[in-house]
Ligand binder design. Structure first.
Ligand SMILES: [Zn+2]
Ligand SMILES: [Zn+2]
Length: 196
């Protein structure tokens, strides 16, 4: 956000809780695999693995949650709170006028950009034009698009191979909104993403 340069964005907001992104559907671009980028990605991967090893205690419980809205996750990398990651929490801190919000999922921009099915429909069309259709169920297409939206919102421009963790509260809110058929929102008709 501060910069449109990939170099800067990659190194921005790095802290010890910056884990990987479990929802990286971005197709890898082999032609961009320069030695430097490869080295950076490998370095990041090692860092993430180390972090996960040290944070196994987070798995399956939420004592690490500071926002009150995270849910227990099956892996350490997913067990991160919105208030632990600068890139996410700064979105709340920089709200103007400031609002007394305890979790990023309560930020007005979250619902507008990550839960609104019409916004996601447009975002998905952008993705589809660039990468082609996503072979997935409709709820999964929505969830996936919502994850991309929140990462874009928090980090701005990221290198294609750079993965970022999505806080558990955010993932949980998106999963609730776009649950698989038969679970929730039965009466609600999502707009079509595909010509199906
Ligand atoms: Zn939390
Ligand atoms: Zn939160």
């Amino acid at each position: 956000m501060e910069s449109d340069s990939e170099e800067v964005a990659v190194g921005a907001n790095v802290n010890s809780y910056d884990g990987p992104l479990p929802y990286n559907y971005e197709p890898p671009r082999q032609e961009r695999g320069q030695a430097e980028l490869r080295g950076r990605v490998n370095g990041q991967r090692r860092e993430i693995e180390l972090w996960c090893e040290e944070n196994r205690w987070r798995i399956g419980q939420v004592s690490w949650c500071l926002c009150g809205r995270c849910e227990a996750m099956p892996s350490a990398v997913e067990s991160v709170c919105c208030r632990e990651v600068d890139a996410y929490w700064s979105l709340v801190q920089t709200l103007d006028p400031p609002e007394d919000i305890t979790c990023l999922t309560l930020h007005p921009g979250f619902e507008a950009s990550c839960l609104n099915p019409f916004v996601l429909q447009i975002a998905y069309m952008n993705f589809r034009q660039e990468h082609g259709s996503l072979q997935a169920s409709r709820p999964e297409q929505f969830r996936y698009t919502a994850y991309r939206q929140v990462v874009r919102w928090a980090y701005g421009i990221l290198g294609r191979n750079i993965r970022k963790a999505i806080p558990s509260c955010v993932v949980s809110a998106i999963r609730r909104q776009f649950a698989e058929e038969g679970q929730t929102y039965k009466g609600f008709q999502w707009p079509r993403l595909e010509d199906d």
